[in-house]
Design a protein around this ligand. Structure first.
Ligand code: GLC
Length: 444
């Protein structure tokens, strides 16, 4: 449960142009976002760059050099440095667990989702990133470090005030919500009571001690063979990165016991992570007679020909794995709703599973209905999954705007390097050796 220092929901009139960088999945995305204010439609100029496996498992220097190089190219191509004398305000979406003492600071607790870059865990990622930007003299000021879940919540709340939770059901699984400052012992009085603060739950790490969730032998195998065994227990059972891999492990087990693929060469199935969640979605979506499409795609991926019975096995297995995942995703959201006594509202969700799996949304809603015992003849569900606005871009931009607005009023609690971007004057929270003093300067 990480404090994000995002204080309250946006009012919808945030304005200005902001740089954002999104690091958290397959691509690195750099955007220049203009918020028009009055809940208007933001404009976005963006570039995506593929992150190689080498960078995702390389060294800290390689990673930050790559990110800063891409930003440099983007700034130059868009001629952003020619339009202003002030540094460009940056929102950095970093979709990994980071402990934040300030909004512009964050120590990576552990890599998740298969990333494994040496020399970053336990370090302040904003310092490492700033150093790479400074080497290139980029005219940029990192204002906010943002988790994708918080970004999804804030970007959606910018347009839709009914948003109560931001969630990612994609490669990873996680959610953010607003908590009252007086319920957060970790804050140790740094904010006045009843001040809303966004919390990044990081509940992908729920049950890392393996005492609550009923795990199968395949779950144990996924865990054992991952770069961080013993971590992200809940995520490994529910998120997109792992669903296809679970499917592969079950099939291998059935084949070893000679129950399927008799007499066929199944060696291509031995390669980890060759089947992704898109593959499972396609199986569930298959309307072709005799599941012909499933068979064709399975042969293309593995070289194995499926007989009729094996096609049915694949379909049922894809269903079982996706149903369990969707129901676990509903449990995470239900836990937040129970804790906050949320009876109605919008859960703004992003991610490949939420957006692309054909049956996720229905299964997720059915599971919530069971948990909360919603009446069968309800006209609509009180808690609804809504497609999140672009959290890692627009969400990060809105959070930067909210933070700059606070800083311009001298409300620097939770900001490490507070510069008034209008006049360049320094308002560094570290200068206030008594942090409680700045908490009194902050109005909720
Ligand atoms: C992982 C990360 C978390 C992120 C989620 C969704 O769980 O640890 O920070 O929000 O994936 O991308």
């Amino acid at each position: 449960m990480n404090i994000t220092w995002v204080l309250g929901q946006p009012h919808g009139h945030e304005k200005g142009s902001f740089l954002t960088v999104d690091l958290g999945g397959t691509n690195l995305r750099v955007c220049w976002i203009t918020l028009p204010g009055a809940r208007g439609q933001p404009s976005i100029i963006q570039e995506r760059y593929q992150m190689s496996k080498q960078v995702k498992t390389g060294t800290a220097n390689q990673l930050w050099d790559e990110v800063a190089d891409r930003m440099e190219t983007f700034i130059r191509d868009q001629r952003l440095d020619e339009t202003t004398t002030q540094p460009l305000p940056l929102g950095f979406t970093f979709s990994y667990p980071a402990m934040q003492d300030f909004i512009d600071h964050g120590v990576l607790q552990t890599w998740t989702k298969g990333w494994d870059v040496k020399g970053v865990e336990g370090e302040d990622v904003t310092t490492q990133f700033r150093e790479a930007m400074e080497k290139r003299r980029l005219p940029v000021k990192l204002v906010a470090l943002v988790n994708d879940t918080t970004g999804a919540m804030i970007a959606s709340a910018y347009h839709d005030p009914k948003t109560v939770i931001g969630a990612i059901f994609g490669t990873g699984c996680n959610a953010a919500y607003m908590e009252d400052s007086d319920s957060i012992p970790k804050l140790a009085g740094r904010l006045p009571p009843a001040c809303p603060v966004a919390i990044n739950c990081e509940y992908g790490a729920f049950d890392n001690s393996h005492i609550v969730l009923p795990m199968t032998k395949y779950d144990h195998l996924i865990d054992k063979e991952s770069p961080r065994p013993g971590e992200q227990a809940f995520e490994k059972m529910s998120a997109g990165l792992y669903l296809g891999e679970l499917f592969r492990l079950v099939l291998i087990d059935l084949a070893k016991r000679d129950l399927i693929f008799q007499g066929q060469d199944d060696s291509r199935l031995d390669k980890s992570y060759i089947l992704d969640t898109g593959f499972l979605s396609a199986i569930e979506d298959d309307q072709s007679p005799g599941l012909q499409n499933t068979a064709t795609s399975f042969t293309a991926h593995t070289g194995i020909e499926l007989n009729n019975q094996e096609r049915q096995v694949c379909r049922q297995l894809a269903e079982l794995i996706a149903i369990r995942g969707a129901r676990l995703c509903a449990c995470g959201i239900a836990a937040i709703c129970n804790k906050k006594n949320i009876k109605a509202g919008h859960v703004a969700a992003d991610g490949s599973v939420a957006n692309k799996h054909p049956k996720f949304k229905r299964r997720w809603a059915d599971a919530l209905a069971e948990i909360f015992d919603w009446s069968e003849d309800r006209i609509e569900d009180p808690i609804v999954l809504t497609p999140a606005e672009d959290g890692s871009g627009i969400g990060a931009a809105v959070i930067v705007a909210m933070t700059l607005e606070r800083m311009s009023k001298g409300e620097v609690v939770g900001v490490k390097e507070a510069t008034d971007m209008r006049d360049g004057s320094q308002k560094t929270a570290e200068m206030h050796n008594n942090l409680k003093k700045d908490s009194r300067r902050f109005k909720c």
